[in-house]
Ligand binder design. Sequence first.
Ligand code: GLN
Length: 487
Amino acid sequence: MEWSRLTAHEAHEYLMKKSFSSLELTQSFYDCIKAVDSKVAAYLTSMEEEAYQQAQQADEKIAKGEGVTELTGIPLALKDILCTKSIRTTCASKILSNFYPPYDATVVKKLRENGAVFLGKANMDEFAMGSSTENSGFGITRNPWDLNRIPGGSSGGSAAAVAADECIASLGSDTGGSIRQPAACCGVVGFKPTYGRVSRFGLVAFASSLDQIGPITKDVTDCTILMNSISGHDTNDSTSVNVAVPDYRKALVNDVKGMKLGIPNEYFVEGMDPDVERAVWEAIKLLEKWGASIKEVSLPHTEYAVATYYIICTAEASSNLARYDGVKYGHRAKGYDGLIDMYGKTRSEGFGPEVKRRIMLGTYVLSAGYYDAYYRKAQQVRTLIREDFDRAFEEYDALLTATSPTPAFMIGEKVKDPLQMYLSDILTIPVNLAGLPGISIPCGFSHGGLPIGLQIIGKHFDEEKILRVAYTFEQRTDCHLKRPRLD
Ligand code: GLN
């Protein structure tokens, strides 16, 4: 048995049976990381010392049979956007290259309390701005299925680490698709919860009205285990919602009979890869065969989603990133002439080109003369997009689309053309604008052997239905079992 291939629920059973210890399991992951991470480059920072301590504590708990959860002793990776107490947290930006947070993000705290083991911090696009992980300030991550391709982004390190068996599961964050799209590119499961379901306290802010933390896992069951651990109201995040958290495990029902599933016409966009279109329709036909009723639906404002998103997210980013001024924390330029010069030099040196582009765009759309034309208008269109979904959900239990219009593209293919890069998020962005939950699960492969993701979108706080559709599909097909080869 290759331990690093196990899911969390499988590893949990073996830990309970004492087939191996958490220390041994953790060791096997570091062996795997040593063998493949020179090729994949999923991690920015190793947490080896702490991980072994956590593993030892987990083993003690298991030996005593006290306070054991499904995550006790399970090795995970954390996107480097999540604050980890006294562990370097860079957000893949040079401006935070020496930032050691004084506290844990709420999700990190919760996982820690549940006994998880943290292997390390995963690479990402700088400040989560990107779709390929090429915007990291510390080098690119490669797709384990084809090392010449991108792993998706911005949680590319988190998704690649799961796909390459460099961790059992990971956490990512999703502002416009950054959990679902890399999960699709890497052939794993990625779940973006409803906005407000998971606390954002300790998540380095990109666009606060869109950001949400969620799991990236090897299967849907693991996704529910992580969701059970990280969900819930938090007084440290006023946007986390105080509604009861269900036991997500109960959503693991292998049956879609009678469910009403809508297929948004507008999501079969021009330029969609024929392999993606074929795989998604095959998945839809299977769900229909298993008893779901399938009907096409229109979400007429979809075409405005990318423009709306890139106004709102840049506006919020320009405001959120004002805090990196070299005064309170992070990088400070040397050799400056007064305060303003220090700000300017620090920010010029510390931020990469994409982050600078977004700060400039965001400052522009918020400026006095343009606020109404851009920012206010975008907020109005955001409401229209949300209302499209509200109407659809009066009739449908969930909506089915591709996660990304193409499989993973080549490294370097889009990096010089930001607009092409922005367009690759067209199918995931509307979900964030509306604050909805969405999941990407593997649903097939391209002719070139690259994974393809199916996106399932649900109503606010109705995550169980999309998990149920995802679980049914997973249990009755086998594409999630195929793994990349990294010899
Ligand atoms: N690719 C999108 C962007 O560049 C989404 C990123 C994200 O979800 N963090 O903004």
